[in-house]
Design a protein around this ligand. Structure first.
Ligand SMILES: *[C@@H]1O[C@H](CO)[C@@H](O)[C@H](O)[C@H]1NC(C)=O
Length: 437
């Protein structure tokens, strides 16, 4: 099918609904996006394991729980697919269940709320809902998702359910479930149809609970830079039209939900998305952009003050966008020093151990336990944290830090920042309110 045909099909579906859209009241989300400030954390490394692929581009995630992988004793286990494929199933299942039971508990939700935050973003993979023939994934995540939503509700937190991995992989990152050189989700319509069905399942699961699940994000980080004759971005755009229907009409009738649809920018500039699903014809659509400063040779070489001014300078990139805009991933970390951040067995640009990179400095004292962090480094983390939160609050709807906790990369951990003082107990208590001038 040509994308024009598919787009036309969706528009005709919506034209059927259009007269109802016009007469309905607009969406009433349980959080006042656009006026209230979003402040939150990602629950990374819980229901989706986080390793990182070796691709020298874009914005990976840290290896949040290296012990889960080290304990396998198998260096070929590099993602959740191989975690299930290359071990005895009972061993892999019990390791995952222990992890799901312990990595995040109700106490974390209590602590997140006590830290003055109002949102958590919760990554989950498609395999929690649908494992196809030949796919080795281990299931069992959905009850944890449901528990998490209950716990969030107990503490007044909003949940963004984030579909982090889709069939065929949308980016080839290990955190999509399967590390691969080139994503395949977009090149196979069965993959996309399976993903649509999963989004419908998630949306209907929480259709009656927009009070807690205020947002569904139908895909994380589709690799718009691997565009191959526009295929990826065409498929993503069509998928975003279909996701709107699947999330906003989750009752299976013409009744609209109060669930907001969060679209990742697919690594395109915001101007690429200008005019897309805007409030004149679409209600309850928000854009997610991810901002990191350590995944290119030039950024990793920035001085501390260059990192801070780069954060402040995002103001002009972010401001004035026509949808609600949330910086759904970012970090006070400024180097790629964290163990295996770039993938198991792959080094860091910062200390020159990454193929093709050149030495900026030693990673000693910049990652690992906060007890090894100098006071000047902790002061920098605080300043960089404030420069980013100020910029994301003043020029977008707010922020969701990557990530709540890590095993051994405290510079990435909100929890460690709170414990050691480079993140304030109340996120509005700033020491450097004028850091961006
Ligand atoms: C498309 O993906 C599905 C799984 O989602 C798979 O079963 C099928 O073989 C794929 N088709 C092609 C042509 O690769």
């Amino acid at each position: 099918m040509s994308s024009t045909w598919r787009r036309a099909a969706v528009f005709s579906l919506f034209s059927l609904l259009a007269h109802r859209v016009v007469s309905d009241t607009a969406i009433s989300p349980s959080f006042s996006y656009g006026t209230e400030t979003v402040r939150g954390v990602n629950l990374g490394g819980w229901l989706v394991l986080e390793v990182r692929g070796s691709l020298d581009r874009c914005r990976p995630h840290p290896w949040i729980t290296p012990s889960l992988f080290d304990n396998t004793g198998n260096d070929n286990i590099v993602d959740e697919w191989t975690f299930a494929e290359l071990q005895d199933t009972a061993t892999a299942t019990s390791a995952l269940q222990n992890h799901w039971n312990s990595w995040i508990t109700e106490q974390d939700f209590a602590d997140i709320a006590a830290a003055g935050l109002n949102h958590v973003r919760l990554p989950i993979g498609y395999w929690a809902f649908d494992v196809g023939p030949g796919e080795p994934y281990i299931q069992g995540q959905v009850p944890y998702l449901q528990n998490a939503v209950g716990w969030a509700g107990n503490y007044g937190l909003k949940v963004i359910v984030d579909l982090h991995g889709v069939p065929g992989s949308q980016n080839g990152f290990d955190n999509s479930g399967q590390r691969m050189n080139y994503p395949e989700w977009q090149s196979n319509s069965t993959n996309v149809q399976r993903t649509d069905a999963i989004v419908k399942t998630i949306a209907s699961m929480f259709a009656n609970n927009p009070q807690v699940v205020s947002i569904i994000e139908p895909i994380n980080e589709p690799a718009g830079y691997d565009n191959n004759g526009n295929q990826m971005l065409d498929v993503v755009q069509q998928y975003y039209y279909d996701s709107y229907g699947n999330i906003r009409y989750s009752f299976g009738t013409s009744e609209e939900s109060n669930t907001v649809v969060l679209l990742h920018d697919a690594f395109q500039s915001l101007s690429y998305w200008s005019g897309f699903e805007t409030p004149s014809n679409w209600q309850g659509v928000a854009m997610d952009t991810h901002i990191y400063q350590m995944f290119s040779d030039s950024e990793v070489a920035y001085s501390d003050s260059q990192h801070i001014s780069a954060a402040c300078n995002y103001a002009s990139t972010l401001s004035g966008f026509d949808l609600w805009l949330i910086v759904g991933e970012w970090s006070p970390a400024a180097t790629d020093c964290a163990t295996y951040l770039n993938g198991r067995g792959i080094g860091a640009r910062y200390d020159g151990s990454y193929a093709g990179s050149s030495y900026v400095g030693s990673c000693d004292g910049l990652t690992g336990s906060a007890s090894t962090f100098s006071s000047s480094y902790q002061t920098f983390l605080r300043q960089f944290w404030e420069a980013q939160t100020i910029t994301f609050e003043n020029n977008a709807q707010g922020w969701i830090q990557w990530t709540w906790k890590t095993e051994s990369a405290d510079e990435w951990s909100y929890q460690a920042g709170l414990a050691n003082g480079w993140i304030p107990q109340n996120p509005t208590d700033l020491l450097y309110p004028n850091i961006c001038g």
